[in-house]
Write a protein that binds this ligand. Structure first.
Ligand code: 13P
Length: 279
């Protein structure tokens, strides 16, 4: 069933687990993710980021996400990940997404607040929830490491939440998108401080390559949504590569290889995130 972002996150916050949010780039990804959530009786978020639109167009993926969400036996939220403009958020809402992320985290604080506030006003008028980001979660190999404090500030987080009216906040704890060269060590102390100051739905981006210890510490200290993208792509690539090495390989069975690989990775993460049985 299609549920709101607020509903799915508030249950996670109350019961101290995290909802897995998986970037799905194809029908096979969606099929595998939903099968995983149903097998484990877990809520789930299907999401698509704006940078993924060139190969997975929003207007084509939206009906697939919505069809599977509505038909599903478990709570599913359909979310725009890293929307880069007011217009993209509006378009996702028009297509039926029930939550959007506006990522203006590269802007100075005041400008970030102003844009998020505008998106919140428009989205809430349409009964759609909003995630925003404060602090910088970069991308491995793309974003240069900055010398200063890369973590989200505690007081800043409280001001940002109050001034924007946002429904969930992605924070920077030393996490990055992509495939880490070495396992990162997240700043759990900062997370505990942000959580104690706000008691509000917090989001961890860059789930791929995070240690089990850090995942657990995040879940038990206020992170109630965790984004995973690269891990699914890596597993699919590995399985497809092995599958096509066989002369009998065919396209239709290869589609099932993709569904199975997606299901496998999603199940592993839903288990780690302790969301099993919370549907
Ligand atoms: P990974 O690709 O590191 O799993 O990050 C996913 C993500 O945060 C999408 O917003």
């Amino acid at each position: 069933m299609l549920v709101t972002f607020k509903e799915i996150l508030s249950d996670a916050l109350d019961h101290k687990y995290a909802v897995g949010a998986f970037n799905c780039l194809s029908l096979e990804n969606v099929m595998g993710a939903i099968e995983a959530a149903e097998e484990l009786s877990s809520p789930i978020i299907l999401q698509l980021a704006e940078v993924q639109f060139p190969y997975s167009p929003l207007a084509c993926m939206a009906p697939i996400f919505l069809e599977y969400a509505r038909k599903s036996k478990v709570p599913v939220c359909v979310h725009l990940d890293h929307g880069q403009s007011f217009e993209t958020c509006a378009e996702a809402i028009r297509l039926g997404f029930n939550s959007v992320m506006i990522d203006s985290s590269l802007l100075p604080f005041r400008e970030n607040v102003a844009l998020v506030k505008d998106v919140v006003r428009m989205a809430h008028a349409m009964h759609v929830d909003v995630e925003a980001e404060l602090g910088m979660v970069g991308t491995i190999g793309v974003t240069e490491a900055s010398g200063g404090d890369i973590y989200t500030g505690v007081e800043e987080s409280a001001r940002f939440i109050a001034e924007t009216g946002v429904d969930a906040l992605a924070i920077a704890l030393g996490n990055m998108h992509g495939n880490y060269v070495a396992t990162p060590k997240l700043n759990i102390t900062r997370l505990q401080e942000i959580n104690a100051r706000n008691h509000f739905p917090l989001v961890l981006h860059g789930g791929t390559g995070t240690s089990v210890e850090d995942f657990k510490a995040c879940i038990h200290n206020g992170i109630c949504k965790i984004n995973v993208a690269t891990a699914i792509q890596l597993r699919i690539t590995e399985k497809v590569r092995r599958y096509v090495a066989d002369d009998r390989a065919n396209y239709i069975d290869m589609k099932y290889v993709i569904v199975d690989a997606s299901r496998e990775v999603v199940k592993e993460h839903l288990t780690l995130f302790e969301s099993i049985g919370h549907a």
